[in-house]
Design a binder for this molecule. Structure first.
Ligand code: PRP
Length: 211
């Protein structure tokens, strides 16, 4: 059995065509079914539906052999026990620093101000601001980061930006790119060794589909 961990939403939607090209079709739609384990057209392949931040953990511990996770999530997880053979070039966006439209971020940085930054991506934010020599107090949030500067919780946020619509709708502006983000295939290192005969052809097919 090969078990693949996926999260619902954009990654799932954009992974479907790649999986299909690799010969794997889920027999149920996770948006319609409450099931967390989905069968596929292949008797030896199943799909687990997990929260996006949990995908690396399932694969790290071998509860799933493979998974698809955003670079943002992988960076926070650290990548222990994971083989990352493939950038699938799906769910692309950018990790950005954003502030209220009227806030002069560059000047605050030049003046050496200590900024309060709210984010789900504490690890990436810490590395980014440390590399730039910007003093920050990081506040961990789990979603709706855009609210933080609007309510006085923080001066800035670190968040993912795709169309920019969410920032615009909340009168925020992106001021700095931290990293381009896309979803990666991840594989449990032990599973790759033990099940190479069944996993390697799948990796090859996904690589061809993502190219
Ligand atoms: C992401 C991100 C932004 C939004 C950006 O949130 O955190 O809020 O999408 O997209 P846009 O630039 O196209 O507007 P998501 O919907 O993944 O939910 P989350 O707040 O739970 O992370």
């Amino acid at each position: 059995m090969i078990t693949i961990a996926l999260s619902k939403g954009r990654i799932y939607d954009e992974a479907l065509p790649l999986l299909k090209a690799a010969g794997i079709i889920a027999t149920e739609d996770p948006e319609l079914s409450r099931k967390l384990i989905l069968a596929t057209n292949r008797r030896n392949v199943r799909i687990l539906i997990v929260r996006s931040a949990d995908v690396p953990t399932y694969v790290q511990y071998g509860a799933a052999d493979l998974g698809i996770a955003g670079k943002d999530v992988l960076n926070e997880h650290g990548g222990r026990g994971l083989y990352q053979p493939l950038d699938l070039n799906i769910a692309c966006c950018r990790m950005m620093v954003a502030v209220p439209a009227g806030f002069d971020y560059q000047q605050a940085v030049r003046q050496g101000a200590r900024l309060r930054v709210a984010t789900k991506y504490v690890q990436a934010a810490r590395e980014h601001f440390a590399a730039k020599g910007v003093h920050v107090d990081l506040i961990k949030l789990y979603g709706s980061m855009e609210l933080a500067p609007l309510t006085g919780l923080a001066d800035a946020i670190v968040d993912l930006v795709a169309t920019g619509n969410t920032l615009r709708a909340n009168n925020l502006k992106a001021v700095e790119e931290i990293a381009p983000i896309s979803a990666r295939l991840i594989v449990n290192q032990a599973a790759l060794k033990l099940k190479r005969d069944s996993i390697q052809p799948l990796l090859d097919a996904l690589a061809r589909a993502a190219a």
